[in-house]
Design a protein around this ligand. Structure first.
Ligand code: SAM
Length: 182
């Protein structure tokens, strides 16, 4: 997506800074952006650190601007790409698990979180962004049951553990969680 999108949509304005801060936070790292298609084509540029290797994962497609790509769902990735297990310092999950357009059942959520855990190094970071629009209990992300047993919330790079972003025009509310693998 064009930089116009990152400069005008409320959650993008916030997320743009998060990508930049990840680039500044690490001296050297391997990071993964999941659920990318063509949405995240500017992110390697935002990170702007040649020692931070920027990988992408999506079952459907990617942008060309990356240092590596996995053609898979997150649930299947550890089996499909075993060499990627325990290899990432940080995973960006922007509008995938917690976006109400992608429906993950309780069982799928557990497999999804397992995939994230297997790809991250010990102590690896998961930046999880999404909306809170889902109303069906089967698809609402159950953080207490599925996420927090495996991850601690923590203050990353000056951000609060959970940042809430509200669109001033439409009232849309997004949450960004900063999680560290236990
Ligand atoms: C709303 S879009 C992504 C948005 C994008 N990351 C952004 O910054 O806005 C959701 C993406 O999740 C991908 N996706 C759906 N199921 C997935 C899964 N199980 N694992 C990884 N990606 C998935 C879709 O192919 C799609 O590209």
């Amino acid at each position: 997506m064009s930089m116009q999108w990152w400069n005008t949509v409320t959650d993008r304005i916030f997320l743009k800074e998060v990508y930049k801060d990840v680039g500044k936070h690490f001296e050297e790292a391997k990071v993964l952006d999941i659920g990318v298609e063509n949405y995240n084509s500017s992110c390697k540029m935002l990170i702007d650190n040649p020692k931070v290797k920027y990988w992408q994962l999506d079952p459907r497609g990617f942008s060309v601007n990356s240092d590596g790509a996995m053609h898979s769902t997150i649930q299947d990735a550890p089996n499909k790409y075993p060499e990627s297990k325990n290899s990432f310092d940080l995973i960006f999950d922007i509008g995938v698990l917690c976006w109400n357009g992608t429906k993950f059942s309780q069982q799928d959520q557990a497999e999804y979180v397992k995939g994230i855990c297997e790809l991250l190094k010990d102590g690896g970071i998961w930046i999880l962004h999404g909306d809170s629009l889902e109303t069906n209990p089967e698809y609402i992300v159950d953080f207490e049951k599925t996420v927090y047993p495996h991850f601690d919330l923590f203050d990353f790079a000056g951000y609060n553990k959970i940042e809430t972003i509200t669109c001033p025009n439409y009232g849309t509310v997004w949450e960004v969680r900063f999680l560290r693998k236990k």
